[in-house]
Design a protein around this ligand. Structure first.
Ligand SMILES: Nc1ncnc2c1ncn2[C@@H]1O[C@H](COP(=O)(O)OP(=O)(O)OP(=O)(O)O)[C@@H](O)[C@H]1O
Length: 294
């Protein structure tokens, strides 16, 4: 389990993370969602004990990330956004080297993960593409069967097929009760795999909710075409949230059931009704107040 309590890392100039609190349960995939520079990597570096905090605390499985990071690394897997690897080794030599550091006797699991991602471990790292290097990172993150997994933009650089395989692997690990933090700037990735999402903006947590809750907060738009312009104008005064009115056509926005709309339309001559679902991206923008810049 991950517990972050009032965590602040102030780099100065209003950069960093400020007073963040959230928890990730065992058997949960928690999405940390935010645009570039929002503070996701800073959170992960705090969890790994790479840097001291300005204020606040964080714990993994009850151990302080700032004082017991060596112990935490024994049961934590980490996939960085960009992995830097020694150019002169083969993938296999690097995996063996990492196994030694982590105190793993067998690299069988590493080989299984490599196979799953169609990674040739005999290739020299120097010759590996960015995509292949990312796969080496995946192998190293999962090779010691970690109880806690920290993933920083894990899908970045992978093609759709490999993204699907990573998705499956993460879900399998979640099924085994692992605690997983998934940092991403892409709503669709987070929606596909996470149970709950913390939205982070300029280092502040602006919203934490489960995916179902975010979905329930979604609004739908309805484009209604009336027989006459007068009908459309009259309907605009019914009290629904009107997005646009143009001639006989009106677009209204509604949260939840559409029954109130259907009832209100009963006394009008309606010639067309179309539904436009709001995307989760729109909900995301709502929490960001229309501003996805950092
Ligand atoms: N060591 C540092 N010193 C000063 N500022 C830093 C440092 N590390 C990060 N920052 C700044 O802190 C903010 C948060 O950076 P961070 O890398 O955590 O964001 P992120 O959400 O992971 O974005 P990205 O996806 O681009 O990595 C950014 O404005 C960044 O420039």
């Amino acid at each position: 389990m991950i517990r972050v309590k009032n965590l602040t890392k102030d780099y100065g100039g209003r950069k960093g993370i400020f007073d963040l609190s959230f928890e990730v349960e065992n058997g949960e995939v928690f999405g940390l969602l935010g645009p570039e520079g929002a503070g996701k990597t800073t959170v992960i570096s705090q969890l790994l004990g790479f840097a001291s905090a300005s204020r606040g605390r964080c714990f993994i499985n009850g151990k302080s990330c700032h004082t017991r990071s060596a112990e935490i690394m024994e049961f934590t897997g980490y996939l960085p956004e960009e992995i830097s690897l020694p150019e002169d080794m083969t993938g296999l030599a690097f995996v063996r080297f990492m196994a030694e550091i982590k105190g793993i006797k067998s690299i069988e699991r590493a080989q299984q993960v490599a196979e799953r991602f169609e990674l040739d471990l005999d290739e020299r790292i120097r010759k590996m593409s960015r995509r292949t290097r990312k796969k080496v990172g995946i192998v190293c993150a999962f090779m010691h069967d970690p109880a806690v997994i920290l993933l920083d933009e894990p899908m970045g650089g992978l093609d759709a097929l490999m993204q699907g395989r990573l998705n499956d692997l993460i879900l399998e690990e979640k099924g085994k009760g692992k605690t997983i933090l998934f940092a991403s700037h892409t709503f669709e990735e987070v929606e596909r795999i996470c149970d709950r999402v913390g939205m982070i903006k300029k280092g502040l947590m602006v919203n934490v909710d489960d995916i179902a809750g975010i979905r329930a907060a979604k609004k739908k738009s309805y484009i209604v075409s009336f027989a006459t312009d007068e009908d459309a104008q009259r309907f605009a005064r019914e009290g629904f949230e009107v997005i646009s009115l143009s001639g006989r056509q009106i677009t209204v926005s509604l949260k939840g059931e559409m029954m109130p709309l259907v009832k209100a339309l009963g006394s009008y001559q309606v010639v067309g009704l179309e539904t436009v679902a709001q995307s989760l991206e729109d909900v995301f923008i709502h929490f960001y107040g229309g501003d996805t810049r950092v």
